[in-house]
Design a protein around this ligand. Structure first.
Ligand code: FMN
Length: 388
């Protein structure tokens, strides 16, 4: 392991782990991504290397209402441990109940709280990345989660953006308050909500946060624009963060986790599968999704969006590409993929940004939201949101 990289320790004392902790030798976390990081995709990533793999986000309210789909979303994959669940909440009482449910029914080993969602229908109500601006509500939410989770020995972490926009940066204050309340780490996506996914994330914000939280001893995980193992090493050496959170870089490239492990071990060689190897991963992904959804139609609808990511940069006939984007069965997928010819991994294109890259725009907020950060805001609607 490179000297600047230390194992990341997550204290979990719910009786499921030796020495009451999980040690991530490679300090890498799969970012929660709604619609992507289901148990099937997490398994593909897990098989590639060490790390922690966070579920798709679920809302605390849906959990306490015991919605069937929500329970499927939090169901761990085969052999999945630790079970890491991301929750979204805007109401401390609802969140406390949701965490209590997860703890008392032994459904989670780690809970991450999402404060980074930039979607207008969420921020317009004061949720997601808008919420930390109301510092009292933010603290109450984190405290409710920690109070409930500590009864069951489950660590709580938070994931946030830099703030609403460059004039309303909340990360230093809210991260410090979360650290003082006892979170196990703070993950920072180094963009504001106004930036959405525009341009390059500003890793200097991660450095600032590392320095700001140093007196608390709470680790900072850096997030934003890790497309290769080398990017992760660079982020850690530039910012001093304790680990990295990887999102879009592994879309269509679950083997990025193997590349990350190799890079952290100081190996020079890259993990670059040829097209036939990629084809195998695609078919396995499809099979795992069928098992996960117990429904081939839903599985195929889910995997369609992954096709372009898997094939990015490879030379594949246009008809095969477009048919894969509408594929409706595993058999059809296999037949279509039998029409591609083997070729080396197109590394330059493979390491290029992929997934969302939306341009920034002003953040929609409730009327008067920015008037008083000390107001104890209440938000009642916490439903129908999808990721950050
Ligand atoms: C499709 C998609 C869904 C996402 N869903 C969530 C989510 O549910 N919760 C969350 O905290 N972040 C979510 N994110 C944000 C990512 O976790 C991550 O912070 C962001 O993509 C930046 O990291 P990256 O540059 O490595 O992709 C999502 C991102 C994408 C692209």
């Amino acid at each position: 392991m490179l000297t600047q990289v230390k194992p990341l320790r997550l204290p979990i004392s719910n009786g499921n782990f030796k020495n009451n902790e999980v040690v991530l030798d490679t300090p890498v976390v799969l970012a929660p991504m709604a619609g992507i990081t289901n148990a099937a995709f997490r398994r593909l990533c897990r098989e590639q290397g060490a790390g922690l793999f966070v579920s798709e986000m679920v809302t605390a309210r849906a959990l306490i209402e015991r919605r069937e789909e929500t329970f499927r979303l939090i169901k761990p994959g085969v052999g999945e441990t630790p079970r890491s669940i991301q929750l979204y909440a805007v109401d401390p009482v609802v969140l406390g109940k949701a965490v209590d449910l997860l703890g008392s029914e032994n459904l989670a080993d780690h809970i991450d709280l999402n404060f980074g969602c930039p979607v207008p229908k969420v921020t317009r109500r004061g949720g997601g990345a808008a919420l930390p601006y109301k510092r009292r509500l933010f603290s109450a939410i984190v405290e409710a989660a920690i109070t409930a989770a500590s009864k069951y020995g489950i660590p709580v972490t938070v994931k946030m953006r830099v703030g609403i926009d460059s004039d309303h940066q909340t990360f230093l204050e809210s991260a410090k308050s979360a650290a003082d309340l006892g979170v196990a780490w703070v993950a920072l996506h180094a963009r504001t909500a106004a930036q959405l996914y525009e341009g390059k994330s500003d890793w200097s914000k991660i450095t600032e946060l590392v320095e700001h939280l140093a007196p608390t001893g709470v680790p900072v995980l850096g997030n934003g624009d890790i497309w290769s193992g080398l990017d992760a090493i660079n982020m850690i050496s530039q910012t001093g963060c304790a680990g990295v959170v990887v999102g879009r870089g592994c879309l269509g490239r679950p083997w990025l986790f193997a590349d990350l492990v190799a890079a952290f071990n100081g190996e020079q060689s890259r993990v670059n599968p040829n097209l036939f190897e990629v084809r195998k991963v695609m078919l396995r992904h499809g099979q795992l999704l069928v098992e996960y959804f117990e429904n081939e139609d839903r599985a195929m609808r889910n995997i369609r969006k992954h096709m372009a990511w898997y094939l990015k940069g490879f030379s594949v006939p246009r008809e095969i590409r477009s048919s894969l984007g509408m594929v409706s069965s595993l058999d059809e997928m296999e037949k279509l993929l039998s029409g591609v010819s083997d070729q080396p991994y197109p590394q330059a294109v493979g390491d290029a940004p992929r997934g969302r890259s939306s341009h920034g725009r002003p953040v929609s907020l409730p009327d008067g939201w920015l008037n008083d950060p000390d107001e104890f805001a209440t938000i009642t609607i916490d439903d129908a949101i999808s990721g950050g």
